[in-house]
Design a protein. Structure first.
Lengths: 566, 308
């Protein structure tokens, strides 16, 4: 046996052995049954074994395992480059903190370019909850609600400003197509709210051209009883929310004194007849205190209202001092607790609150209370973020994809192997061996390097099975040709491999170019395809050019004149 | 078993016919693209949301539409997806007062509320903002162009420029036909379809290069034969391999199409078409272009010689 052949044979055996070893945990992990998991609850040895298998098994992508993929964009508009970089770091850190507390296993949070962050949450299903958790700025503020006199004068000023613009433009300008529900609708509705007008505000005569007279306040319901319920006398029809916000950011809204600001409630309230209203607050522009001073927060049941939850919080010393001063000076007034520019609740201050411990009330479920506490603990994001891309795969679809992908791979492999065996008979066995080895090597590389297997990735593996045949076909067709030219089996094998090598490499490089570009351009699942395709190309070249050659040379070694069945 | 051992099909002479076939296929595709106002782009590129829901017991597709209409949604599409109880809901614009990316939950609620008695399961949800969509569109376009350029470069380096041009003509041919077919069948181009296109570009070249490789080899061995004859001989000599490889690749792409599930159905479909068209083009497009280009340059040289 010549030396180089021995060396190559050893290399082949080592590669196959290493691949099988690398793939072992994956095989073991896939054989773990529910029964074994039950046993593992008490049997720590088995539990650690399972854990070790799973840690070293092939990682499944979100599309196979189920989970969320979110891309966030941070608002860098008013930031310098350095500030933007800092903001990215800070946001990433806070998000990590939030997600860790949320209890997602193996979350992945990483920056993407200069203003985006990718968040991957395997296994997570509650899309809305996760979005709130990831996308909230979580800026908590305590602001005093302005007294009714201010509300009245600001509304008058706004009406006048909008009326003037409308008169100048000759129409209602700027605010077309307002859905004016009208007060009477709500009055007629079978609802418990009694609608009284604010002092000096002719409330009940809506629908008689009041929208021209009072372009702004005609959109607003004013009722003293709202104050009891919400802590503000104002509310709007929920459907008008975006109109109101639009008007409040219009140039006319500059007549609102700088020290005051309108803010909507976070939630809608039923007002009968299927309609909902949303409270509107006039608040101090300046926050009396912000969430920066928070040291802790937790959700807990509301003792006064069974079934409802609230969030307890603690402030640091400086915060506690400020809070005690703020509450002490404003006993009897309403204090709004706002989160990201929306009012969560506006309780009445019944007395000075010393010590820095207090609660945020409002209509929380247990989950909502705990999530808000979590957000507050992790801290506010330094900038606003926006979810710009989101992809979620449910666990059932993931499982289906695994089954379907596995079946497609199995059937593909079987069909190709049968075809090759029929076509090449005995030599076909060598090809079948090469294909199997190819599959094992690709999977082992995935497992060893912690690469992620996705559904397109499985497609990539299947495609490589088909394409791996190509190299073998090129070689075998070449050998056949050489045999037809009258060469002996040994010589035909030699020149067959030599001549085919160049072609095989040339032909594979172009697919490799495509795969590399895919990797560069693709995201998540597509990258998984590029990865398996690339590994598959290399491993199919190795199995075809090195592995089968060793076998063929060994087979024809002592039979220089023998016939070769191709 | 011997598959097509000694063939001597006259491929180059048949190229008139193939020219007609290819032209018709491409033309029909282009007409369809024009009629449809460009390729149908998925939400990956336009921005928007898709929801894959499973509703049990399986309702009629119109019931799903009605349920969403009742929830205040209008501009959306509902289609069957894989099995009778699964549906794909696509919408691109702002819906029911909520931005696309937040509308998924509202839609889900509308379904659950208006299809009482049914179990609505969210299987998949994808939302892409318009800005990201625009960026992905550019990235996809760039990647396809980059792949084409790099491949021409590679072939030019490994062979000669003429081969590169012939290969590119074949590639553009393949992509155009697949794109046209997607348009005719009203299938959308998504990120994964672009991935399939890139794979087709890479794969289709395998065949072309194997033929080219043989042409180069035969050019050295048979200096007295005409260029067309050498090309024809090379195609015939590699025909067996071309067919076997295409068959095995078609087999796996086919199993993927049949067994791979609805999520990668279109992707597998694109691969099947690509493998088929790619094989056809390396025989009937790339090689004739090579012969034609060669003939032109030879004529040029002759004309120059006559002029002197």
């Amino acid at each position: 046996m010549n030396r180089s052949l021995t060396t190559r044979a050893v290399v082949v055996i080592v590669v196959i052995a290493a691949s099988l070893i690398g793939l072992w945990p994956t095989i073991q992990a896939s054989r773990v049954t529910d029964e074994m998991r039950q046993t593992a609850l008490t049997d720590t040895a088995l539990a650690s074994k399972i854990e070790s298998w799973e840690n070293r098994a092939i990682r499944k992508g979100l599309d196979l395992e189920g989970g969320m993929y979110i891309v966030l964009e941070i608002d860098t508009e008013d930031l310098t480059d350095t500030q933007a970089r800092d903001a990215m770091d800070r946001v990433t850190e806070i998000l990590r903190n939030r997600v860790d507390q949320f209890g997602v296993s193996e979350p992945d949070i990483k920056p993407l370019g200069h203003e985006r962050i990718i968040v991957q949450l395997p296994g997570l299903q509650d899309v809305e909850r996760a979005k709130t958790l990831i996308g909230s700025t979580a800026r908590l503020e305590f602001r005093m609600v302005r007294p009714v006199e201010d509300v009245q004068s600001v509304l008058d000023k706004l009406d006048e400003a909008f009326r003037t613009t409308a008169a100048v433009r000759g129409d209602l300008g700027g605010v077309p197509d307002i859905t004016d529900v009208g007060l009477d609708e709500i009055v007629d509705a079978d609802d418990p709210l009694a609608l009284d007008a604010l002092p000096g505000q002719p409330g009940a005569d809506a629908g008689d051209g009041s929208s021209t007279e009072r372009p702004f306040s005609s959109l607003i319901f004013a009722d003293a009883s709202f104050s009891q319920m919400f802590g503000t006398p104002l509310a709007i029809d929920s459907r008008n929310a975006s109109r109101i916000l639009e008007m409040l950011s219009a140039p006319e809204a500059r007549v609102i004194p700088r020290s005051m600001e309108f803010m909507l409630d976070m939630e809608d309230f039923a007002a009968g007849d299927g309609k909902t209203i949303r409270p509107l607050y006039l608040l101090d522009s300046r926050a009396g205190l912000t969430g920066d001073r928070l040291t802790g927060a937790r959700g807990a049941p509301n003792q006064d209202r069974p079934g409802q939850f609230q969030v307890h919080f603690n402030l640091d010393r400086k915060g506690a001092h400020e809070f005690s001063k703020l509450t002490g000076e404003n006993v009897g007034r309403q204090m709004a607790i706002t989160l990201d520019g929306k009012v969560k609740s506006a309780p009445r201050i019944n007395g000075k609150i010393p010590g820095g411990d207090s609660v945020i009330t409002g209509s929380f479920t247990s989950v909502e209370a705990n999530d808000l506490a979590l957000l507050l603990r992790a801290g506010a994001l330094p900038v606003d973020v926006q979810i710009v891309e989101e992809r979620t795969v449910g666990p059932s679809l993931g499982k289906d994809s695994v089954t379907q992908g596995f079946n497609a791979a199995l059937y593909g492999l079987v069909i190709v192997m049968l075809f090759v065996l029929i076509l090449y008979r005995v030599v076909g066995l060598v090809v079948v061996f090469a294909l199997s080895a190819n599959l094992v090597i690709v999977m082992a590389v995935l497992a060893q390097f912690g690469l992620v297997l996705t559904l397109p990735g499985i497609a990539g593996i299947i495609l490589t099975i088909g394409m791996a045949v190509d190299a073998n076909v090129l070689i075998n067709e070449r050998i056949k040709e050489e045999l037809r030219r009258g060469k002996t089996a040994r010589a035909a094998v030699d020149s067959g491999y030599t001549n085919a090598t160049r072609t095989i490499i040339d032909a594979n490089v172009t697919t490799l170019i495509a795969a590399v570009i895919l990797w560069w351009f693709g995201t998540g699942p597509i990258q998984g395809f590029a990865v398996t395709l690339t590994i598959g190309i290399f491993s199919s070249m190795f199995t075809a050019l090195v592995m089968t050659r060793v076998i063929m040379e060994l087979a024809t070694r002592n039979r220089a004149h023998a016939k070769l069945s191709i | 078993m011997e598959l097509l051992t000694k063939t001597s099909f006259k491929f180059i002479e048949a190229s008139r016919v193939s020219l007609i076939i290819s032209s018709v296929l491409i033309l029909v595709g282009i007409v369809s693209l024009i009629v449809h106002g460009g390729p149908g782009l998925s939400i990956d590129f336009t921005g928007g949301t898709i929801l894959q829901v499973r509703i049990t017991p399986a309702p009629e597709i119109s019931q799903v539409r009605d349920a969403l209409n009742a929830g205040g949604f209008d501009d959306f599409q509902v289609q069957d997806f894989g099995s009778p109880d699964e549906f794909l809901i696509t919408f691109r614009k702002t819906q029911g007062g909520t931005e696309g990316i937040d509308a998924a939950e509202a839609m889900k609620n509308a379904l659950a509320k208006n299809m009482s008695g049914s179990d609505v399961e969210m299987r998949r949800e994808e939302s892409v903002g318009p800005k990201i969509g625009g960026e992905l569109k550019m990235a996809a376009l760039n990647s396809v162009v980059a792949a084409l350029v790099l491949i021409v470069l590679y072939i030019t380096v490994r062979f000669i420029f003429r081969f590169g041009i012939a290969a590119i003509v074949a590639l553009v041919h393949d992509v155009l036909i697949t794109l046209g077919l997607f348009s005719i069948l009203d299938k959308e181009i998504s990120l994964s379809i672009i991935a399939a296109f890139l794979t087709i570009i890479g794969y289709s070249l395998n065949d072309t290069i194997v033929v080219f490789d043989r042409i180069r080899e035969n050019m050295r061995l048979r200096r007295k034969e005409s260029y067309a004859s050498v090309v024809n001989r090379s195609i015939n000599e590699t025909l067996s391999r071309t067919i076997v490889t295409s068959l095995t690749t078609l087999m796996v792409a086919g199993t993927l199409f049949v067994f791979g599930g609805p999520v990668i159905h279109d992707f597998a479909f694109a691969l099947c078409i690509g493998v088929f068209v790619g094989t056809y083009s390396s025989i009937f497009v790339a090689s004739p272009v090579l012969v034609w280009w060669h003939g032109r340059t030879v004529n040029d040289i002759k004309r120059k010689q006559l002029a002197m």
